[in-house]
Ligand binder design. Structure first.
Ligand code: ADP
Ligand code: VHF
Length: 372
């Protein structure tokens, strides 16, 4: 199959099949396809819209002024119905679900970003499907991502996915909005997103979705720049998720610019200036630079600087030569408590742990391949 981790985004248009209520018969079919991917060893993260639509349905279509507070009311009511439905539907296939409600603020704050990433990874490591939606009930316009297309692209980066599937009510991106232009042609493959392409992508006119193709294109741009392949396709195409995961040509494919790992490493190299140094002994230096291992606490001898978890720091050897640059999973104060300690002791010393690796090898760029 080839894909390791896939984010599937389901628009309101798919979940309601164009009606005013959740189409559970279709949702169960989508759950079946995602469960079958999980059984084949592909990790699946679901980004689901539909809370507002579910809220309207559950409250029997109340007539409410179109204010932010009323949308939040509908989302608050609908989200619990939505997650209940997914939990029951995945349960039919023996799978548990875990809910993550995010806002832009959660994705911008480094500490919260890492915590969200750890929760996602913990769910997936335990074969539980993470289900993401925007936390509409608490988000103001300033902290809203705003549309789930963008949210799903950010989720794909958050969890290092290699494929993002955006399922909607059209068979893909067309050279004009097919609702208003019957001669519109499907674009099967996109290798460059430029202004002329953006002009083709219109907003949503159905009254169900948010953003239309314009936000899907924005999402595709974010994801492919981070090395994630993107497919936009119809959520009603038979076996659509299985087919896309098996690289069958369905919908519109946006090829990725780099591999996810490469682009992550480029970000570490070019990204924020390092704010501290982790000095390591020669055993750890060898493990990191010659054997491509993660950095463990027992190989550290000294910590310089004052930094938060998620900060970019340098790994230096005892003479002070810079060996690598990476993102630390522990803040400086915690590192000072666990320096030289075996990973097994971290939880006992700190009262919690963020994993064995102080810097995971995927979060590290080696700058020297020899210590001397
Ligand atoms: N170039 C285009 N190709 C395909 N669909 C388009 C295009 N421009 C605008 N659209 C509109 O985008 C809509 C899908 O987006 P949206 O309504 O937000 O759905 P979803 O709920 O799946 O996010 C389609 O119904 C279509 O009318
Ligand atoms: N968070 C909102 C959906 C926002 C959204 O982007 O909707 P859609 O365009 O249908 O993916 C909800 O759950 O109703």
């Amino acid at each position: 199959m080839g894909y390791r981790r896939v984010v599937v985004k389901l628009g309101t248009s798919v979940l309601t099949s164009g009606s005013k209520k959740l189409d559970k018969a279709h949702m169960v079919e989508l759950a079946r396809q995602m469960a079958s991917l999980m059984k084949a060893g592909v990790e699946v993260v679901l980004c689901t819209s539909g809370a507002i639509a579910a809220g309207r349905e559950h409250l029997n279509y109340p007539i409410l002024p179109d204010t932010m507070a009323n949308k939040q009311l509908l989302a608050a009511v609908g989200q619990s119905q939505l997650i209940l439905a997914w939990s029951q539907l995945f349960g039919l296939y023996g799978l548990h679900v875990g809910q993550l409600l995010l806002t832009r603020a959660d994705l911008q704050d480094r500490e919260r970003y890492l915590n969200a990433r750890d929760s996602l990874n913990a769910l997936l490591a335990n074969n539980i499907i993470p289900i993401i939606n925007e936390n509409d009930a608490v988000a103001t316009n300033e902290i809203k991502v705003g549309d789930n297309d963008n949210l799903s692209a950010r989720a794909a980066l958050l969890c290092d996915a290699d494929l993002l599937i955006l399922l909607t009510d059209q068979t893909g991106l067309f050279d004009a909005d097919p609702r208003t232009n019957p001669n519109a042609q499907l674009i099967k493959q996109v290798s460059n997103i430029d202004d002329s392409l953006r002009l083709l992508a219109g907003g949503s006119v159905s009254g169900l979705g948010t953003g239309g193709m314009a936000t899907k294109l924005e999402a595709a741009d974010i994801a492919r720049r981070a090395g994630v392949e993107v497919v936009i396709a119809s959520g009603h195409h038979p076996d659509v998720i299985d087919k896309i995961a098996n690289r069958e040509a369905v919908g519109t494919l946006f090829s990725a610019i780099d591999s996810p790992l490469e682009s992550r490493k480029q970000w570490i190299l070019a990204g924020p200036a390092s704010q501290g140094k982790l000095q390591v002994d020669s055993g750890a230096a060898k493990a990191v630079i010659e054997n491509g291992r993660s950095l463990l606490s027992k190989g550290m001898v000294n910590i310089e600087g004052d930094f938060e978890r998620g900060t970019t720091v340098l790994i230096v050897n005892q003479p002070g030569k810079v060996l690598a640059k990476g993102i630390t999973r522990y803040c400086a104060a915690d590192l000072r408590k666990i320096v030289g300690m075996h990973s097994d002791q971290i939880e006992h010393i700190l009262g919690y742990d963020y994993g064995d690796a102080v810097i995971h090898r995927n979060d590290m760029v080696v700058l020297e391949n020899k210590e001397n």
